[in-house]
Design a protein around this ligand. Structure first.
Ligand code: ADP
Ligand code: MG
Length: 286
């Protein structure tokens, strides 16, 4: 039977906006030494703004429109942000089929033309030449019918309470690690602002799983690992980690299902509340 203190702990956490799906996770959290964070939508808000539009042939408005159309049916934070930046209604009749390649981008038919939208890896994979970008930001490259059309540079902002959260973890000898599918410049910039020493960039969704598995294999029996993600593309990692912590607000259904702990208000600092409750509960049970 579950000691009453566990139920009390779960109740206290839920009143603070942290949903814990079982007393085993409360116990595991008290033994967690490593917190692995996904970047986009977790450490950052997942709301990108446009920094620069660099078209090759068309004008800037056209490139933005094409990109918003290509991203019409994706729920990736990049897609949502580009549609927001475009700001106009999307005419669904102009968009044909859309396929999303997680960790890469999307491919769509717009007005009968094939449009590829995504990162440099995606352009490489399609055999398309692209313009390398030096500025810090996430470049969304666009190609139409195999012709490179330029890129849109976008950037995201840190969540308010994340610096404080990382600092708190480190002060308590808990390790903070960042994983991201985004490029190294952006990853290093975010890590530097937050004081995170362990950064892994350019990862495909499967590579995030492999990396977390590797961390788990190298930890001691008693040690636990938590993965914190926004749920876009990372349900498998949430499921694999000893404790999967998902952002509740942005989170896709699959992620909320896969997660063990849900932060209802998308506030990373709530992890600290949960850790305090878990340690308090374990002390009360012993
Ligand atoms: P993260 O690890 O930052 O959460 P993802 O694994 O979801 O990122 O995506 C990694 C990269 O793949 C993004 O930074 C972006 O370059 C590219 N990408 C993924 N989905 C899309 C999309 N719908 N449109 C454009 N680019 C995308
Ligand atoms: Mg993500």
């Amino acid at each position: 039977s579950v000691p009453l203190a566990f139920l009390g702990g779960i109740g206290a956490a839920s009143r603070q906006g942290v949903l814990i799906k079982g007393s085993n996770f409360l116990e595991a959290l008290s033994k967690t030494e490593t917190f692995v964070f996904d970047k986009t939508g977790t450490l950052t808000e997942g709301v990108f703004h446009v920094k620069e539009i660099c078209p090759k042939h068309m004008d800037a408005d056209e490139l933005l429109e094409l990109t918003a159309y290509g991203e019409a049916y994706s729920n990736h934070p990049i897609a949502v942000s580009l549609r927001e930046a475009y700001g106009k209604e999307i005419d669904g009749r102009r968009v044909e089929t859309i396929k999303e390649y997680s960790g890469f981008g999307v491919r769509a038919y717009i007005d009968g033309r094939q449009v590829c939208i995504g990162n440099s890896k995606f352009m490489n994979r399609q055999g398309l030449f692209y313009q390398p970008v030096q500025a810090i930001g996430t470049a969304v490259h666009v190609a139409v019918d195999d012709q490179y059309e330029g890129y849109i540079l976008i950037a995201d902002v840190l969540r308010d309470d994340v610096k404080w959260t990382i600092h708190w973890l480190q002060k308590h000898q808990l390790e903070a690690v960042m994983l991201t599918g985004d490029n190294e410049r952006v990853a290093d910039d975010v890590a530097k602002q937050l004081g995170i020493d362990y950064v892994y960039a350019n990862l495909m969704p499967e590579e995030k799983v492999d990396q977390v598995r590797e961390f788990m294999e190298s930890q001691m029996e008693e040690e636990k690992l938590a993965f914190v993600g926004d749920g876009i593309n990372d349900a498998p990692v949430l499921a694999l980690a000893d404790i999967g912590i998902a952002m509740g607000g942005l989170g896709a259904d699959a992620a909320l299902e896969a997660a063990d702990v849900i932060l209802m208000e998308d506030e990373p600092s709530k992890i600290v509340n949960a850790i305090k409750i878990s340690k308090g509960t374990i002390r009360a049970v012993k």
